[in-house]
Design a protein around this ligand. Structure first.
Ligand code: PMM
Length: 314
């Protein structure tokens, strides 16, 4: 973990976080910027990320990490308490909620717009009660169809991610004819279930599910053909950050780049996704992706008043 002192106003990990004593008005989805691609910061509250120093220190450390991304410019913080990577083991909803709810409450109180990354409708419901404003269901409604009713009732945005199988089986479910068209068709099928449950079209955010039942080439093809998903008429989220296919691309001497060395390439994916009109990107390292988003926006929109470059620069 980085030093927590890097986050303005967050204080040390073991003391109450000063910023939380002054609650801010709740952030609203409707107030998110619409003139550029949004940056969603990833906050995985799993023991391997935040286990040092016991339960409270873990929550404080996670909160501080979320605030650091928020102060660094993240538009949304995506909080998850259960790993969804291939081969990951389920933790159960009680443990999942024990991990995420205090973190969500604190971030919401500080004015952060939070999405809940879960495949469990009970956890999604508890997270909404705690102030989360977006449901991010990587199972694409395949784990708990009740998610559709929750989305309909709560009227919050629902991120519909393409996935086949679960963490244990997805790596063997990569047979596609045309991957972009097949993913779009399968998402359209789930979307119809959401409509049938009463979810409105503008609530739905589509996600190609990079790395979920996709081989390397299929991930690249989905990025190449983002237009196929966009043609479905919903917002599109791209979540490539530090994924295995990025690591493989950066292979050197027969070894894939480790996750911590995948952020520059992730920012490159952000620039391209933003230029192609993605609604948002979901990333671990917020700063470089924010810069990438600004570069993409500058190619298509007139500049805001910018500070002049220092003398002597090109
Ligand atoms: N991937 C992961 C977790 N949550 N949510 C959405 N919407 N899309 C994704 O592709 C996605 C996700 C797994 O990646 P991580 O372990 O790096 O968070």
């Amino acid at each position: 973990m980085d030093s927590l002192a890097a986050a303005p106003g967050t204080g040390p990990a073991t003391s109450p976080l000063p910023v939380l004593r002054k609650p801010r008005p709740a952030a609203k989805f409707a107030n998110l910027p619409t003139d550029r691609t949004l940056v969603m910061g990833i906050l995985n509250v799993t023991p391997d990320s935040f286990s040092d120093g016991g339960e409270h220190a873990a929550a404080d450390t996670a909160i501080a990490a979320g605030l650091r991304m928020f102060y660094g410019g993240a538009d949304i913080i995506d909080v998850g308490g259960e790993s969804t990577r291939p081969g990951a083991v389920e933790v159960g909803v009680e443990e999942e909620q024990r991990r995420v709810l205090p973190v969500i409450q604190a971030l919401v109180k500080a004015g952060v717009l939070v999405s809940i990354d879960t495949t469990h409708s009970a956890t999604a419901a508890a997270a909404l009660d705690a102030g989360a404003a977006i449901i991010n269901d990587v199972s694409g409604l395949t784990m708990e169809p009740e998610m559709a009713d929750l989305a309909a009732r709560s009227k919050v945005p629902y991120i519909l991610t393409h996935r086949r199988g679960d963490a244990g089986t997805m790596d063997s479910l990569t047979e596609y004819g045309n991957v972009a068209e097949d993913v779009a068709a399968e998402l359209a099928g789930v979307r119809d279930k959401l409509y049938a449950a009463g979810v409105a079209p503008e609530q739905i955010i589509l996600d190609p599910g990079l790395g979920f039942a996709k081989n390397e080439e299929q991930n690249w093809e989905l990025l190449r053909r983002l237009d196929v998903l966009q043609a479905m008429g919903h917002k599109v989220l791209v979540a490539a950050s530090r994924k295995r296919f990025i690591g493989s691309l950066l292979t050197e001497a027969g070894k894939a780049a480790p996750p911590a060395e995948r952020d520059a390439a992730t920012a490159a994916v952000t620039a391209i996704s933003a230029h192609r009109g993605a609604w948002a990107v979901r990333v671990h390292d917020v700063g470089p992706s924010l810069d990438a988003v600004k570069v993409a926006a500058r190619l298509t929109t007139a500049p805001a008043a910018a500070a002049p470059a220092a003398a002597g620069e090109n």
